[in-house]
Design a protein around this ligand. Structure first.
Ligand SMILES: [Zn+2]
Ligand SMILES: [Zn+2]
Length: 197
C-alpha cells in the first residue's frame, strides 16, 4: 500500500507538444489576426464560438473536480498518516505483541478509506487538467493583446500571486479556499497582490 505524495514532480515539459511545425502554424494563424486584416463580426451562434465556450466549460468543470479531489485526498492522507503514526507508537508500547494485528487494522483502514482509488481519481483529473491547460496555453499564445487569463476560471485576468511558488491566478479564485497551488501542488502560504503596469 503506497499512499505517498504524488504529483510533486513538475508537469511534463512542452516536449513533443509544441514542435517546430505547430509553432509555424501558430505563427501563420496569428498573422491572420493582424489588425490590417480587418476585424470580423462573430455571431452569437457561431460554431467556433460555441466550441470555445464548450471548451471553457469543460476546463472550468475539470478544474473544479481537480481541486475537490485534491482537497479530499490531502485530508484523507493526513488522517491516515496520523493514524499510522499513532498505531506505530501503540505497537511499540505493547512490546511488539500486537504489531501484526495493528498492521492489519491500519491496512483495513487504508482500504476502507479508498485511498488508492482517490489517488487514481486525483491523477486522472490532474492529467485532464494538464491537457486542457496545454490547449489553453496554445489559444492564449494566439492572443494579440497579450492578455493573461487566470487558469482556474479562464474568466478574469491575473492579479494575484501564490506564495511561495509564484504561480498567478485571479483574486476571486484566490478566495475559493484553495490550499494547494493547482499548477504545481505547492502548499500555499499566502497570496500577494500583483500589479501589472
Ligand atoms: Zn480566476
Ligand atoms: Zn504553483
Amino acid at each position: 500500500m503506497n499512499y505517498s505524495v504524488i504529483g510533486n514532480d513538475s508537469p511534463d515539459d512542452d516536449n513533443g507538444l509544441i514542435d517546430e511545425s505547430l509553432h509555424t502554424i501558430l505563427q501563420d494563424v496569428k498573422l491572420l489576426f493582424e489588425p490590417e486584416n480587418g476585424d470580423v463580426e462573430i455571431a452569437e451562434d457561431d460554431k467556433y464560438l460555441k466550441c470555445f465556450q464548450e471548451f471553457k466549460e469543460d476546463y472550468k468543470n475539470s478544474m473544479k473536480i481537480y481541486l475537490e479531489n485534491s482537497k479530499t485526498f490531502e485530508k484523507k492522507r493526513e488522517m491516515t498518516n496520523a493514524i499510522v503514526g499513532f498505531s506505530l507508537t501503540m505497537a511499540k508500547k505493547t512490546d511488539g505483541k500486537y504489531v501484526s494485528r495493528i498492521k492489519d487494522l491500519v491496512n483495513e483502514f487504508v482500504e476502507s478509506e479508498k485511498l488508492e482509488e482517490l489517488k487514481k481519481d486525483l491523477e486522472n483529473s490532474e492529467m485532464n487538467i494538464r491537457k486542457l491547460f496545454k490547449i489553453s496555453s496554445l489559444t492564449n499564445y494566439l492572443s494579440m493583446n497579450n492578455e493573461y487569463y487566470c487558469f482556474i476560471c479562464l474568466e478574469r485576468g491575473i492579479d494575484t500571486m501564490i506564495e511561495p511558488c509564484g504561480h498567478v491566478i485571479c483574486e476571486s479564485c484566490s478566495k475559493g479556499a484553495i490550499q494547494q497551488c493547482p499548477f504545481c501542488r505547492a502548499n500555499i502560504s499566502s497570496f500577494k497582490k500583483l500589479i501589472i503596469a
